[in-house]
Design a protein around this ligand. Structure first.
Ligand SMILES: [Ca+2]
Ligand SMILES: [Ca+2]
Ligand SMILES: [Ca+2]
Length: 242
């Protein structure tokens, strides 16, 4: 009868233990990746929905200055309910729309412009383009190739005064991590139809908002892309003669 273990048995046991530990570690890493991807997905989807919410605050009662089928900018005029008193201060006259951020008073004849602004690149901003080829094997838009490029930037709101100048301090970023395939809003997912941020449909009196957000986020730099869209029915007929 043998008592104890031989050196060979000890070595075999050690190898088996290492294999088991390696497998557990691999599972933990992949679970962490999945968790990170899920979290980033939720963050981007939340940002897109909040931005759409922000946009829909002002849009339903507006006139559109730049009606067009496909566009990455939208210029709207919202009737100013009070051009003399500050935001909230006048009972029953909340100033929606083109409100001067310096004194909170509505500006008659001004308009709000929403537009896509490409990132300027390092050192202050991310690179203004995202390439699938920079992440070999990563098909962000899931069209079965890895050779797409996207413009990368932010949705911005600015108030333009009646003299066509931006109002000081009115430049506001509504949303980061926005993707486009070209400045006119090309076909991001390669399904044959364009994906502009804004589509105005005069006949139906509606605006479609279509936001694609993406990014290499987290320590693992996992590429994630999300799409949120909505359709807004305008309460006033859009006009192009403001
Ligand atoms: Ca692709
Ligand atoms: Ca492609
Ligand atoms: Ca498309």
């Amino acid at each position: 009868m043998k008592i104890g273990t031989t050196l060979l048995e000890l070595m075999i046991a050690t190898v088996i233990l290492l294999i088991i530990l390696g497998a557990i570690f691999a599972i933990l890493i992949s679970a962490n990746d999945a968790f990170t991807t899920g979290t980033i997905n939720n963050d981007l989807a939340r940002d897109a929905l909040l931005t759409i919410n922000n946009l829909t605050d002002n849009i339903p009662e507006c006139d559109i200055r730049n009606p067009s089928t496909y566009t990455t900018s939208l210029e709207i005029v919202v009737p100013v309910s009070n051009a003399t008193a500050a935001y909230w201060s006048d009972a029953g006259a909340i100033n929606w729309g083109a409100v001067n951020p310096n004194n909170n008073i509505g500006i008659t004849g001004a308009y709000i412009k929403y537009y896509f602004e490409q990132y300027a690149g390092p050192p202050n901003e991310p690179a203004g383009t995202l390439n699938e080829s920079d992440n070999p094997g990563t098909d962000w838009n899931r069209d079965r190739d890895v050779n797409d490029s996207f413009l990368f930037g932010k949705m911005v709101e600015v108030i333009i005064d009646p003299a066509s100048a931006p109002v000081t301090k009115s430049h506001r970023v509504l949303c980061h991590n926005v993707l486009l395939t070209n400045p006119a809003g090309g076909d991001i997912d390669n399904d044959g139809s364009n994906d502009p941020i804004f589509t105005t449909i005069g006949v139906d009196n509606t605006i479609n908002i279509n936001l694609w957000l993406g990014g290499k986020l987290g320590a693992q730099q996992i590429p994630v892309i999300v799409n949120e869209r909505t359709r807004i029915m305008l309460l006033n007929p859009p006009k192009d003669d403001n």
